[in-house]
Design a binder for this molecule. Structure first.
Ligand SMILES: Nc1ncnc2c1ncn2[C@@H]1O[C@H](COP(=O)(O)OP(=O)(O)OP(=O)(O)O)[C@@H](O)[C@H]1O
Ligand SMILES: [Mg+2]
Ligand SMILES: [Zn+2]
Length: 459
C-alpha cells in the first residue's frame, strides 16, 4: 500500500499534487488543504444488487407531471420550509452553529414521523445511544419505530439502511462519519464529498429521504467543501441568537420548493415548539416609545410578519462615518440614507448609523425601505414614532414611495395585532378591502411619510 498526499480545495474540490496559494479551480485564496490519498485497488463496493431503471429520452411535452410524494409531519413550520413536507428520496443538509438545536430538531422530527407507523433510522456519529436516549427522555420521545444507531462507519450505516429499508433517515453529522477506503480523516474534504455521494446514491436508489447534519464554520458556511451544498437537494440553516430562545429554520436552496419560507421555533426545556404567531413574539420585547424604533410588516414567504426595526444615528468622531447593520443589507441602508439626505434634506453624511432588525430575523424585501427611512429619520431627529403605526413601502431614488405586493395581508396582520395606522404607498390604496379597525394612509413620497409620522400623531 503506497501513501501519498494531495491538496484539495475546500471551496470547489479542485485537487492538486502540490500546494498553491490560489486555487486554479475557483480562484479562492488559501483554500487548498493537504490530505492523504490511498493508491491501490479501489475496493469500493457498488450497489450491484439494485437494478437500475433504463433511462430513455422523453419529449418534454410527454414528461409526466406528478407531484413528488411527500411525507407530512405534524410540524407545520417544518413542512412549510421544505415546500410542503419531506420529499421521498431527497437529500437534505441542515447546517447550524454548535448547540443551536440541530439534533433536537431532527430527533423530534424523527419521532414525529415514526409515530405514523413508519420506520425511522437516526444515525449519530457524535453521540452514544445513551446520550441520545437522555435527550429523548427530556423531549418525551419513546417510540419503537425510532431506531438509533451510534456509528461512524458509513459502510455499516449503508448496510443497515439496506437491511432495514427505513422510511426516513437522519445522519448526525456528515463531519463525523467516514468511508474506510478513503484514508483522509473524517470531516476532511475528500471524506465529506465521498460520504455525501454515497448517501445520495442510497437516498435516490431506495427512495428514502435522508437528512444530514452539517457543522457550520466561524464564517457561517457549512464546514467542508462548498460543493456539499451543490450535491444535496435542499440546504437548510437552523439559526438563532445564543441569547434568544427563537430558532429560525430557513431554506437557502431547495430543489422542491421556494427558498422564501422560514419556520420559527422556540427552544424550551421540553424541546423545540413551533411559533405559529411570529409577529406577537417578535414585538414582545419591543422598545416602545424610543426614537429610532419602527415596526414594519414584511412578508416571509407567504406569511406576513411584523418586526421591529431599530436605528441609532449619532455624530461620528472620525472622518469615515460608520454604517453598520444587522439583519438587513448594508447597501440598502446606505442608499436610503443618500435618498434621505438628497430628497428630504436630512444631514446624515457626518453621522454614524446603526440599523438592526430585532429578534434575529433578516429582512431583504423592498417593502421594508420606508420603515428603514422612517427609523433613521426618527433617531436622527430624536423624535418618537407612535407605537401604533406601521410602515410599508419601497423607496425609489427620487424619494418616491412605490407600491409593494400583498398589501392586504400585511395590513390585515397589523390590524390583527392592534396597530391603528398603516402608512402605505398611495398606489397600493385601491383594489382590496381595508379592514375597518385600522386607518390606512397612502403617501406618494418620503417627505409626506415623514410629515405624517412626526406631526400627525393619532389622537
Ligand atoms: N435541559 C435543557 N433545558 C433547556 N434547553 C436545553 C436543555 N438541554 C439542552 N438544551 C438546549 O438544547 C441545545 C442543544 O441542542 P442540540 O444538542 O440539539 O444542538 P446541536 O445543534 O445538535 O448541537 P451540536 O452542534 O453540539 O451537535 C442547547 O444549546 C440548549 O439550548
Ligand atoms: Mg448535535
Ligand atoms: Zn477551488
Amino acid at each position: 500500500m503506497k501513501r501519498k498526499t494531495k491538496f484539495v480545495c475546500t471551496e470547489c474540490g479542485y485537487e492538486s499534487p502540490k500546494w498553491m496559494g490560489k486555487c486554479p479551480g475557483c480562484n479562492s485564496w488559501n483554500t487548498l488543504l493537504e490530505e492523504e490519498v490511498y493508491i491501490g485497488k479501489n475496493n469500493r463496493k457498488g450497489n450491484s444488487n439494485i437494478v437500475k431503471e433504463k433511462s430513455v429520452p422523453t419529449p418534454i411535452s410527454k414528461v409526466e407531471m406528478q407531484d413528488e410524494p411527500r411525507t407530512l409531519t405534524t410540524y407545520l413550520e417544518f413542512n412549510r420550509v421544505l415546500g410542503g413536507g419531506v420529499v421521498k428520496g431527497s437529500l437534505v443538509l441542515i447546517g447550524g452553529d454548535p448547540g443551536i438545536g440541530k439534533s433536537t430538531l431532527l430527533l423530534q422530527i424523527s419521532a414525529d414521523i415514526s409515530k405514523s407507523s413508519k420506520k425511522v433510522l437516526y444515525v449519530s456519529g457524535e453521540e452514544s445511544a445513551r446520550q441520545i436516549k437522555l435527550r429523548a427522555d427530556r423531549l418525551g420521545i419513546n417510540n419503537d419505530g425510532l431506531l438509533v444507531l451510534a456509528e461512524n462507519d458509513l459502510e455499516i450505516v449503508v448496510n443497515t439502511i439496506d437491511n432495514l429499508q427505513p422510511d426516513f433517515v437522519v445522519i448526525d453529522s456528515i463531519q463525523t462519519i467516514f468511508l474506510p477506503h478513503v484514508t483522509s480523516a473524517p470531516g476532511s474534504v475528500s471524506q465529506v464529498r465521498e460520504c455525501t455521494a454515497e448517501i445520495m446514491k442510497v437516498a435516490k436508489q431506495l427512495s428514502i429521504p435522508v437528512f444530514i447534519v452539517g457543522h457550520v464554520t466561524k464564517e457561517g458556511a457549512i464546514a467542508g467543501p462548498r460543493m456539499l451544498e451543490h450535491m444535496v437537494d435542499t440546504v437548510l440553516y437552523f439559526e438563532g441568537e445564543r441569547h434568544h430562545t427563537f430558532r429560525i429554520l430557513r431554506a437557502v436552496k431547495n430543489r422542491f420548493g421556494s427558498t422564501n419560507e422560514i419556520g420559527i421555533f422556540e427552544m424550551k426545556e421540553s424541546g423545540l415548539a413551533e411559533v405559529l404567531n411570529p409577529s406577537e413574539i417578535f414585538l414582545e420585547e419591543r422598545s416602545e416609545g424610543t426614537a429610532g424604533s419602527v415596526v414594519v410588516a414584511s412578508m416571509e414567504g407567504t406569511r406576513p410578519v411584523l418586526v421591529e426595526l431599530q436605528s441609532l444615528i449619532s455624530p461620528s468622531c472620525y472622518g469615515n462615518p460608520r454604517r453598520m447593520t444587522t439583519g438587513i443589507d448594508q447597501n440598502k441602508v446606505v442608499l436610503i440614507m443618500a435618498v434621505l439626505e438628497k430628497r428630504v434634506g436630512l444631514l446624515l453624511q457626518n453621522q454614524d448609523a446603526y440599523v438592526k432588525i430585532a429578534g434575529g430575523v433578516k429582512l431583504d424585501e423592498p417593502a421594508v425601505d420606508l420603515a428603514v427611512a422612517i427609523s433613521i429619520a426618527s433617531s436622527y431627529k430624536d423624535k418618537k414614532i407612535s407605537t401604533t403605526d406601521v410602515f410599508i413601502g419601497e423607496v425609489g431614488l427620487t424619494g418616491e414611495v412605490r407600491r409593494v405586493s400583498r398589501i392586504d395581508q400585511r395590513v390585515t396582520e397589523a390590524a390583527k395585532l392592534g396597530f391603528k395606522r398603516a402608512i402605505v404607498p398611495k398606489r397600493n390604496l385601491s383594489g382590496w378591502n381595508i379592514p375597518n379597525n385600522i386607518e390606512v394612509i397612502g403617501v406618494n413620497d418620503l417627505g409626506e411619510a415623514i410629515r405624517i409620522a412626526f406631526t400627525e400623531t393619532p389622537f
